[in-house]
Design a protein around this ligand. Structure first.
Ligand SMILES: Nc1ncnc2c1ncn2[C@@H]1O[C@H](COP(=O)(O)OP(=O)(O)OP(=O)(O)O)[C@@H](O)[C@H]1O
Ligand SMILES: [Mg+2]
Length: 306
């Protein structure tokens, strides 16, 4: 049987603060992630994303539940797991260390003395021009590249990335995504990343889990997740005058004062029919727009319905 990258069973995490009750950040999370997948964990602030990848990467011991990474029990054999995984979590690296020194330092922590490993990562993450720049003097994008380079030092089979493109401008974020894709194409690494960015999840991830309030509320490929919604596409019709309280149509819709959204499976096919029905009823149309359902729509719909 093929060993999975991650098997997570009924994981609960309660942060015990000074307060008596504590915070329950994970409420029975179960997940399976195959080797070689890019898996996205999507969710709003405070949903439990960072807590989940901290547990999966052995940084946090959960209150309850089982985690196996590459078939190894993560809490009985933590050291073995740590040899084969890595994580970037927006952690600040030593502020005064230069790029090369920093990678050398972390390489030695893993017992890696081959300087070629560092050189290759400096090249892969385009850090040549900054090898003598101190961490604190790097731009946000280069700090993130250094963080990523550090995460690939021990040639990990599974890498956890906590919001790899958060707070970066769109160009740098795109570049970082390309770098991640390139490096995993070469190394076949399993990547588990968290993000708020639906487009990023859609672009990078083979499968996605939506997490909210410590629970996984949906999981699948972005295409599968989109099937959770009312329809695949929508037609938006704007009216010249405020419309009636209901529309003379057979298609499901939501009505606003000056527009209506129709949920259909094929917008190009149904838009003319909708327009015809409305025009026949004497409704004057200002504009018609067609849109595909996005992951964001799915997320909003799931958040409202759960
Ligand atoms: N060390 C901690 N002590 C107490 N509570 C914590 C701690 N870390 C996180 N929490 C709480 O646990 C919950 C989940 O937090 P977590 O950081 O995992 O969410 P997140 O999805 O990563 O959020 P964000 O998108 O803001 O990064 C939140 O209610 C948070 O306040
Ligand atoms: Mg977080």
């Amino acid at each position: 049987m093929r060993v999975k990258a991650v098997e997570c069973r009924d994981v609960w995490m309660v942060y015990r603060n000074f307060m008596e009750r504590g915070v329950t950040a994970l409420k029975g999370v179960s997940l399976d992630i195959e080797n070689g997948e890019i898996f996205g964990i999507l969710g709003p602030n405070g949903a439990g994303k960072t807590t989940l990848i901290s547990v999966l990467s052995t940084i946090l011991i959960p209150t309850k539940g089982e985690v196996r990474i590459l078939g190894i029990d993560a809490f009985k054999n933590t050291k073995k797991v740590r040899e084969r995984v890595n994580i970037t979590s927006g952690v600040r690296l030593p502020w005064g260390m230069k790029v090369y020194e920093c990678l050398r330092f972390y390489a030695l922590c893993y017992g890696i003395t081959d300087r070629n490993v560092i050189e290759k990562l400096i090249a892969d993450f385009e850090l040549e021009d900054y090898r003598n720049t101190r961490f604190d003097d790097l731009s946000a994008g280069n700090k993130q590249k250094l963080n990523l380079a550090r995460a690939f030092l021990n040639n990990p089979e599974v890498v956890f990335l906590d919001e790899p493109t958060a707070n970066l401008d769109p160009d740098i974020a795109r570049k970082i995504r390309e770098m991640i894709l390139q490096i995993i194409k070469e190394k076949h690494t399993t990547i588990i990343l968290t993000t708020h960015n639906m487009r990023e999840a859609e672009m990078l991830c083979d499968r996605i889990a939506f997490i909210r309030d410590g629970k996984i509320i949906a999981e699948g490929t972005s295409e599968e997740l989109k099937r959770f919604t009312k329809a695949n596409e929508r037609v938006i019709v704007g009216f010249k005058k405020p419309a009636l309280s209901s529309l003379p149509t057979t298609y499901p819709y939501e009505l606003d004062e000056n527009s209506a959204i129709f949920y259909v499976d094929d917008a190009e096919r149904f838009a003319p029919k909708i327009v015809l029905e409305l025009s026949k009823a004497g409704i004057e149309i200002e504009y018609v727009k067609m849109e595909e359902i996005t992951l964001e729509d799915v997320f909003i719909e799931l958040s409202e319905s759960n």
